[in-house]
Design a protein around this ligand. Structure first.
Ligand code: NOJ
Length: 544
């Protein structure tokens, strides 16, 4: 990493899902006070920035992605003053702060939606959202066949007869980005937070803002999914979204420091993804192809090559991500002997026996792979502890709207949101203070303490110390981070590449032991390297 590289080209960004990270006030829900108390931990982990999931005032129908007021912090998390203090303290630790912004929809409790409900059909207040009459003789059929990403139709009917669109839960009405108020309001929200010192934003559903004004039906076979002819899709990844982000870029550039955006944009191809990060557009976008790849050398190599080719083509850095608050934790994903490639627009629900030792070995190798690739990387809280998905949460504790909306066929995303274990003792494992009045909002497994920060600290074989060492080496080695990579010859099933002149990363995804190429020392390895041989599902960083 050269000192002149803008930070966002190769930052390691740690994702904080606030309600599950650390509970400062003892009510069983994580909050800003808890996060502030853990900043020294994050500093010692060696990350560059925090991405914080929505902290705004919200009725929490979708964990805060249903925002009622973008300029207020939800009392569950703290106050605006707490947020300002967090930003200042993080900066003192040399850690940047990126909140989430949610421009595709608001909460149904947002003042605009409440005004639209009160004003009635045909009113100007309804034009900020997507209200339509229904189809059929008495308007009892939804305006089109679009489906909610959480299950069921994307339309809800009001008692006054109008229907409104929600690509997610009914509590999350979609905004109409053809309305000038929507543009000015979000531009003002960006300035509100930029002037409070945030270093950028993660843009939620960045690919969803612009809809085909005709709201045409989707072909029946792909209702609710992205179609093959992606450009024609009536609500995903339409070219018009880029006009919005060009304006947002000029706003970020008005502020001093290097403010940066990262788009959550699910695009069908690396070309479509690269369009978000062209010059004058957003800075970075999550590269979900990496997360969706199977545990297979050929598949991973194709994803890496295609992503780098497309992003380099527009001058943007790559980002690499293995897990987040929406997907099965990768320790569990990799714990199935055969890891299926993720099918876009479908929930990932692998079946079959779970071998967490295998998943953990692969997760260690995947971390070394990710942190050696050119560009930036995301760590989801608990990745560094090797937390698995909690797949056996009792049904009566589930809170993700997917559980209800899927008619209880999909348990949803709560399994990757279980509160973090900090100490080894008993539940709540340091997540809440000793005198807490509330239990953690999701129950932690009885053995959660074995994976706690306390249990892993100082244990050289732990996932936590692997991450700490990897992040330290990455900071110290100018060949890592932004830049180029060169593949080295290796047998099928083995990935080997060079960064700079003196650094090589080798990942063994084959079923056979692999003799490491010539090297002067092993800088770091996922497991013991005996006689210069890398065991299956292991990775190593070499000095050459
Ligand atoms: C993507 C977010 O990551 C997810 O958690 C949320 O449910 C949807 N967008 C809707 O905002």
């Amino acid at each position: 990493m050269s000192p002149s590289t803008p930070w966002w080209r190769d930052a390691v960004i740690y994702q904080v899902y606030l309600r599950s990270f650390a509970d400062g006030n003892g009510d069983g829900v994580g909050d800003i006070a808890g996060l502030r108390s853990r900043l020294p931990y994050l500093k010692s982990l060696g990350i560059d920035a925090l991405w914080i999931n929505p902290w705004y005032k919200s009725p929490m129908a979708d964990g805060g992605y249903d925002v009622a007021d973008f300029r207020a912090i939800d009392p569950m998390f703290g106050t605006l003053a707490d947020a300002e203090q967090l930003i200042a303290e993080a900066h003192r630790h040399g850690i940047r702060v990126i909140p989430d912004i949610v421009p595709n929809h608001t909460s149904n409790q947002h003042a605009w939606f409440q005004a639209a409900l009160a004003a009635g059909p045909g009113s100007p207040e309804r034009e900020r959202y997507i209200f339509r009459p229904g189809r059929g003789p008495d308007g009892a059929e939804p305006p089109n066949n679009w489906a909610s990403c959480f299950g069921g139709p994307a339309w809800t009917r009001l008692p006054d007869g109008d229907w409104y669109l929600h690509l997610y839960a009914p509590e999350q009405p979609d905004l109409d980005w053809r309305h000038p108020d929507v543009h000015t309001e979000f531009e003002s929200i960006l300035r509100f937070w930029f002037s409070r010192g945030v270093d950028g934003f993660r843009i939620d559903v960045a690919h969803g803002l612009v809809k085909d004004p005709e709201l045409p039906d989707l072909p029946p076979e792909s209702a609710g999914k992205a179609s093959e002819e992606h450009i024609q899709h009536p609500h995903w990844d339409r070219d018009g979204v880029h006009d919005i982000y060009r304006t947002w870029r000029t706003i970020a550039d008005e502020f001093d420091g290097d403010r940066a955006f990262v788009a959550e944009a699910w695009a069908d191809t690396p070309e479509r993804l690269a369009a978000y990060v062209r010059p004058g557009g957003l800075h970075t976008a999550f590269n979900f192809d990496f997360l969706m790849a199977s545990w297979d050398a050929k598949d991973l190599r194709t994803v890496i090559d295609d992503s780098l080719a497309m992003l380099n083509g527009v001058g943007a850095p790559a980002t690499w991500v293995l897990s987040n608050h929406d997907v099965m934790r990768h320790t569990s994903r990799y714990a199935r002997r055969t890891v299926a490639r993720w099918v876009p627009n479908q929930r990932y629900q692998p079946q079959g026996p779970v071998d967490l030792d295998l998943g953990t070995r692969r997760a260690r190798a995947a971390a070394l792979l990710m942190l050696a690739l050119p560009g930036g990387a995301y760590i989801y809280q608990g990745d560094e502890l090797g937390l698995p998905e909690v797949e056996d949460l009792p049904e009566d504790v589930l809170q993700d709207p997917i559980w209800e909306r899927s008619g209880h066929t999909d348990k949803g995303r709560d399994g990757c949101r279980v509160p973090v274990p900090w100490s080894a003792k008993t539940a709540p494992f340091g997540f809440s203070p000793e005198d807490a009045t509330g239990a953690p909002w999701l129950p932690q497994p009885p053995n959660w303490g074995e994976r706690s920060v306390e249990a892993q600290t100082g244990d050289e074989t732990s996932m936590l110390e692997l991450y700490r060492t990897a992040l330290r080496l990455r900071r110290e080695n100018p060949a890592l981070g932004d830049g180029t990579m060169t593949w080295l010859d290796s047998p099928a099933g083995v990935l080997a590449f060079r960064r700079g002149l003196g650094f090589v990363c080798v990942v063994n995804l084959s079923g056979e032991a692999y003799p490491l190429p010539e090297h002067s020392s092993v800088l770091l390895a996922g497991g013991p390297v005996e006689d210069g041989v890398l065991a299956p599902d292991q990775a190593a960083w070499l000095a050459v």
